[in-house]
Design a protein around this ligand. Structure first.
Ligand SMILES: [Mg+2]
Length: 262
């Protein structure tokens, strides 16, 4: 499948060449597992240098907007990604939106805040019973991380959390790679991608992601867009690359083509 010096699949390179002729391009990237290799501790994640460099350079081109679209809370995303100031940010899978300095932070209703408190207490109790599981607080939710737990403890914790949270209407539960996440704001990466596309009037979108939650993003792409799944697993994306190491060549191809055009 690999045909050109970039090492990218030939059909992807051809699609990117077509994509880059669009007037207003949005380059929206997932962070963990896409811009940055997956690591055991979320705070240690950093973008691969060549990927970060190409992403930052893209933000300076006319007719090109960059964005990160992550499941992380915005504060956590900023801390590990150090995004270029021009990049738009979607956090908490779409519940948090930063489209510039005037952006207002997410605020919960009183009912949502109460519900979040109840859900958090339930998951705290479950994490306490399963060694190696960890909680992460987010503005609209809580994440139960099981990456450091034994497989049996991880699956038991996830099963108990599902049972407990299913009894709380208004709590939305999703699963990713060794994480279970609850949110009191219903949003997914498809919502986030639509928000970005509308905000910048993008005529086409490049979106890459590695996790099951990215499938919502691939689901809102049209024929003019390019969706790239990073790594193994079922996907609705049209294209696939092997690992985060392949993201720099992808962004460098976009950068070269968009630079030549401007
Ligand atoms: Mg990811």
């Amino acid at each position: 499948m690999t045909a050109d010096p970039t090492g990218l699949p030939a059909d992807l390179s051809t699609a990117v060449e077509r994509l880059c002729r669009t007037p207003r391009l949005l380059v929206a990237m997932d962070f963990d597992g896409t811009m940055a290799p997956l690591v055991p501790r979320a705070g240690d994640a950093r973008p691969l240098p060549a990927t970060a460099a190409a992403f930052a350079a893209l933000a300076h081109l006319p007719g090109t907007t960059t964005a990160l679209i992550s499941g992380r809370a915005l504060a956590s995303l900023r801390a590990v990604a150090s995004p270029p100031p021009e990049a738009l940010l979607i956090g908490s899978h779409g519940a948090e939106v930063w489209l510039g300095p005037d952006a207002r932070p997410l605020t919960l209703t009183q009912a949502q805040a109460r519900l979040l408190g109840r859900a958090r207490a339930l998951v705290q109790g479950i994490a306490g019973q399963h060694p190696g599981t960890l909680l992460e607080e987010k503005p609209a939710g809580v994440v139960l991380h099981t990456r450091l737990a034994e497989d049996s403890a991880a699956s038991a914790a996830v099963e108990q959390a599902h049972l407990a949270l299913d009894a709380l209407p208004g709590v939305y539960v999703s699963e990713g790679k060794r994480v279970l996440e609850l949110s009191v704001v219903r949003a997914d990466k498809g919502d986030g991608l639509r928000t970005l596309r509308d905000a910048v009037h993008a005529s086409a979108v490049l979106f890459a992601g590695d996790d099951v939650t990215d499938e919502y993003g691939f689901g809102v792409l049209g024929p003019q867009d390019v969706g790239v799944k990073v790594g193994a697993g079922q996907t609705a994306a049209q294209f696939r690359i092997g690992s985060p190491d392949d993201v720099a060549p992808l962004l460098e191809l976009v950068l070269g083509l968009r630079s030549a055009r401007s």
